[in-house]
Design a protein. Structure first.
Length: 147
């Protein structure tokens, strides 16, 4: 299939779902990445030659941000439901194209909130209040069962 501008994922068109609940629209999503620890081994008689071995898979905290709006009530209700329960749920980040067709999605395993914050209020300011939600998860590659 040839690429067209309609089939490309756009950074401003995405959705975040947790446990089947849509938490509203967000303006920014950070931390959707993975890295691998590596261990290197160097034998005493091998000169400067090294062998590399795979280590643990490491996922970053996902951080979503947006202007505070009536949709913030959805997040407040979800956080209230999960406060002190430590109930982990599945989650999903979905990337869309210009026609709002799904381009790709990442299935997040065992998601739970780790932090929520809002911009400090200031009577001298005139900016928009911004809320941020941070989510920890156990990955999106589903590689925990591989040997």
């Amino acid at each position: 299939m040839p690429l067209s501008k309609e089939s490309l994922g756009l950074i401003n068109r995405f959705k975040v779902e947790i446990g089947g609940h849509e938490l509203g629209n967000w303006s920014k999503c950070e931390g959707l990445d993975v890295s691998w620890e590596t261990a290197d081994y160097r034998a005493g008689d091998a000169g400067n030659y090294r062998w590399y071995f795979p280590g643990f898979t490491k996922y970053s905290v996902i951080k979503v941000t947006r202007a505070a709006s009536p949709e913030s009530k959805k997040v407040h209700a979800w956080l209230k439901k999960h406060s002190f329960s430590h109930k982990k749920e599945s989650g999903k980040v979905i990337l869309y194209d210009s026609a709002y067709k799904e381009v790709m999605s990442w299935e997040l395993v065992e998601v739970m909130p780790s932090k929520w914050s809002i911009t400090p209020f200031d009577a001298n300011g005139s900016g928009v209040a911004v809320e941020t939600l941070e989510l920890v998860h156990e990955g999106f590659l589903h590689d925990d069962k591989q040997v």
